[in-house]
Design a protein around this ligand. Structure first.
Ligand code: SF4
Length: 306
């Protein structure tokens, strides 16, 4: 019988590892596909693919994903995670690759009911419809609870050997991992910044005040303490490495502030309106002095207007 050629959406988390392994154990030729964006990287996928010894392809879809994060048709989860639309976008890309490169189907590690917003029956259907994968999307871990797919109907994949896992408990997945000797895997959804409530708040504030933000603005959200003064953002470095990152991200129009002759934070003021930033600069000076423990009342500031 022809060997099935499977393109598996692969984050490197336990579910995607199990989905890939389940198909491999059926004799399928498995190619892992991972994505990276401003909010998650390919680190876990690279490690897991190496551990499993399966080929991995990484697609950088940062700009397209950023556009989606700004305006997700199906909204956000608990933080700023537009999981339904994010999954649909990944699957659309997977479909293009499947068609171009002759894969028989696309598979994911999705589990029915595991995540309340993005993995309930309705969301799985929405994602399938929006990706236009129709019968070519196989969820091996929950397949027996879902309608048969084309590779199952064609006999490329044996439905009997697929699973019927559902719900939020990960007990079955962990048992399976134990049986198959899979020991090293990251915690669920640990790799996506959009699920982090603190980061989510920062991102939503920025979205409200300046929806035209770009990748540089997102990178800035990842470092330092953040404050707003009207429509100006103030970012205060908490350690030397953050100071360096902030300096590296500074762009035309930003103001950088630090204490002269005194170790402490580098503070950046970025104006997101056409008004002036005098008030924000004064506030930024206060923070800079406050967090420079050794700065006396007469210490001077170094101000660099980009
Ligand atoms: S957790 Fe992050 S990477 Fe995963 S689907 Fe949701 S938004 Fe996308």
């Amino acid at each position: 019988m022809k060997k099935a050629k499977a393109l598996v959406l692969f984050s490197g988390g336990l579910d995607s590892i199990l989905a890939a392994e389940l198909l491999r154990r059926q004799g399928a030729d498995v190619q892992a596909l991972s994505f990276k964006s401003y909010f998650f990287n390919d680190g876990a996928a690279i490690k897991a693919a190496r551990d499993m010894d399966i080929p991995l392809r990484v697609e950088d879809f940062s700009e397209e994903h950023l556009k989606l994060v700004k305006n997700p048709p199906h909204g956000f989860g608990k933080a700023a995670n537009p999981c339904i639309d994010c999954h649909a976008l990944m699957l659309k890309k997977a479909k293009e690759i499947m068609e171009k490169e002759g894969f028989d189907f696309v598979a994911t590690g999705e589990v029915l009911g595991e995540r309340p917003m993005s993995q309930n029956r309705q969301s799985l259907e929405v994602v399938q419809r929006e990706s236009s994968l129709d019968g070519y999307l196989l969820r091996p871990l929950s397949a027996k609870l879902l309608p048969p797919t084309i590779p199952e109907e064609k006999g490329l994949i044996d439905r009997e050997k697929l699973l019927d896992i559902s719900g939020r408990s990960r007990k079955k997945q962990m048992e399976l991992a134990g049986m198959w000797g899979i020991k090293d895997y990251p915690s669920p959804a640990g790799g996506c910044l959009l699920t982090d409530p603190g980061f989510g708040r920062r991102l939503r504030d920025l979205l409200r005040i300046y929806p035209e933000f770009n990748g540089n603005d997102v990178q800035l959200l990842k470092v330092g303490r953040h404050f707003w003064e009207d429509s100006a953002k103030i970012v205060v470095g908490r350690e030397e490495k953050e100071n360096e990152d902030i300096r590296g991200l500074a762009r035309k129009g930003d103001v950088l502030i630090e204490m002269k002759d005194c170790p402490g934070p580098l503070t950046l003021v970025r104006n997101y309106s056409s008004g002036d930033v005098l008030k924000a600069v004064e506030k930024a000076k206060q923070f800079t002095r406050e967090y420079s423990k050794k700065a006396g009342p007469g210490a001077e500031f170094l101000i660099d207007k980009r």
